[in-house]
Design a protein around this ligand. Structure first.
Ligand SMILES: [Zn+2]
Length: 501
């Protein structure tokens, strides 16, 4: 494909010509051209359409043509499940995301957000963000930092319930008092006014486990008052998965907010196959209230090192260890054998750290990825020394595995789960679709080549087939030479579109 990198002025029009255009809506693709001007989409035209635009007569000098013959043109992918709160400031190029075609990340998932914590010693699970410092007591301050040093991708933020708790409570092993709930509500309200998408919770983690449904629904009510969303890493993804989903649904229903179940899974060998039970439950609940879920296309999860997840059955790969960095990239069972101790003891000795847990079965993952209520979210952990490959490969992997190899997701559906559906569910107005007037976040990919190359052994690998990534109308990533061409991301505030379930 040809690529002319002239730096035009405000009048410049970039024309992505003659690609297969998928608009983000799940409608079939059609051959066409996408016109970009001034950061927005000027037009989306069928191939061969007569030049209808007045600007067409403005002269060829203002136009840069990008031949997209044989390529797919789609809205930039939206990674709805990230822990990129700090990395967008610390390593703003955002190469692991841009190189997958991702143009917007949703931060603050699983109850964990930078806002409103101020500390230079973040405790678990906030430490998962890998931030050198927590310095944003308000979303306004975080937003300002993004504006001052724009990252490669757009940033939209959830506020973490655990972070609110850690700010407002001295003892996390009990539900919040009325005064503490009021204090958290004020902080949340302030963040919603500054453009937060909603609140996330991570009641799976000890620091939030004691929160009861009254505490949670009181906070989600604040979010609902602003038209925001409630995303949750549910209390139990193992044996108690059904009750945990029911609790999340009830919380959202009591508060009147749409729900997103984070990284839906049935974890642990005892629960393998139970998506046959959870997905019909989610469908049934979704008939009464807006519910969606996010998912990453891998059978391993990844989080901080947790002894309770060490069952002696599943494989566990060490992704980080402060005490024994030399063991990063090795399997826990091998480390335990080497040290002549049990896996649980080895887990203790490696703390604090992170790991990949091979806790899911392929058929469960497949059912969730292809389910109409799921969106794609990487859940990548950008600060791990040896990260889960989802950080670099989640989006191309969905296209490779489910569109090309298994044929269980049509291209239009796969793209919809990464774009239009995500924008609607999270309230990212003006994004997620290729429509005139929308922000020009666009990915151009080669359907014959698109594929993830990141593996558990070699996680930091570029995907192939992502040819161009445009962010707010600027060419941000060039696949041919794997380079960042611009850091054009912005803070994206909540701006709702209508959600029909
Ligand atoms: Zn989580």
């Amino acid at each position: 494909m040809s690529l002319t990198q002239a730096d035009g002025g405000a009048g410049r029009i970039d024309v992505l010509r003659n690609g297969m255009v998928y608009d983000g809506s799940a409608a079939d693709g059609a051959p066409g051209d996408v016109w970009i001007q001034g950061g927005r989409l000027l037009a989306v035209l069928p191939s061969g359409a007569p030049p209808l635009l007045p600007s067409e007569s403005a002269g060829a000098a203002d136009r840069v043509i990008h031949d997209c013959t044989g390529m797919v043109i789609a809205p930039g992918f939206i990674d709805v499940h990230t822990h990129d709160d700090a990395v967008v400031l610390d390593h703003p190029d955002m190469l692991p995301k841009l190189s997958q075609g991702v143009t917007t990340v949703v931060t603050g998932n699983c109850g964990i957000s930078l806002v409103p914590i101020v500390t230079d010693r973040p405790a678990a699970p906030l430490s998962l963000l890998g931030a050198r410092q927590f310095r944003f007591e308000s979303l306004r301050a975080y937003r300002q930092a993004i504006d001052q040093s724009p990252p490669g991708v757009n940033v939209a933020a959830l506020i973490g319930h655990t972070a609110l708790r850690m700010h407002a409570m001295d003892n996390l092993d009990r539900p919040a008092s009325a005064a503490e709930t009021a204090a958290m509500s004020r902080m949340l309200d302030d963040a919603m006014r500054a453009g937060a998408l909603g609140m996330s919770s991570g009641v799976f983690y000890r620091q939030a486990y004691a929160a009861d449904i009254n505490e949670l629904s009181a906070l989600v009510k604040v979010v609902a008052g602003h038209g925001g969303v409630y995303a949750t890493h549910v209390r139990d993804e193992l044996r108690g998965i059904v009750q945990a989903i029911e609790e999340a649904a009830l919380t959202a229903r009591m508060a009147g907010a749409p729900l997103v179940l984070s990284h839906h899974k049935c974890a642990g060998p005892e629960n393998w196959g139970r998506t046959d039970e959870t997905l019909p439950l989610i469908e049934r609940l979704a008939r009464e209230q807006p519910i969606a879920m996010d998912v990453y296309p891998y059978t391993a999860g990844s989080t901080v090192l947790r002894e309770d997840l060490v069952d002696g059955v599943i494989d566990i790969l060490i992704t980080g260890s402060e005490a024994h960095p030399e063991m990063i990239g090795r399997y826990l069972k091998d480390v335990a054998a080497l040290w002549g101790i049990t896996q649980k003891q080895a887990c203790q000795r490696l703390q604090p750290g992170g790991a990949c847990y091979f806790q899911m079965r392929q058929d469960d993952v497949d059912r969730v990825v292809t389910h109409p209520l799921s969106m794609i979210g990487s859940d990548g952990l950008p600060h791990d020394t040896h990260p889960h490959p989802r950080l670099w490969g989640a989006f191309p992997r969905v296209l490779d595995q489910y569109w090309r190899i298994k044929g269980t997701l049509p291209m239009a559906q796969a793209i919809h789960k990464m774009t239009g559906m995500s924008a609607r569910r999270f309230g990212l107005g003006g994004r997620g679709f290729l429509k005139p007037g929308y922000f020009a976040d666009v990915v151009v990919l080669d359907p014959d080549k698109v594929r993830d190359l990141a593996t558990y052994a070699e996680p930091a690998q570029f995907s192939q087939g992502i040819e161009q990534v445009w962010v707010n109308g600027r060419l941000a990533f060039v696949g041919r030479d794997k380079t960042i061409a611009a850091r054009a991301g912005r803070f994206v505030e909540r701006s709702n579109m209508k959600v029909a379930n």
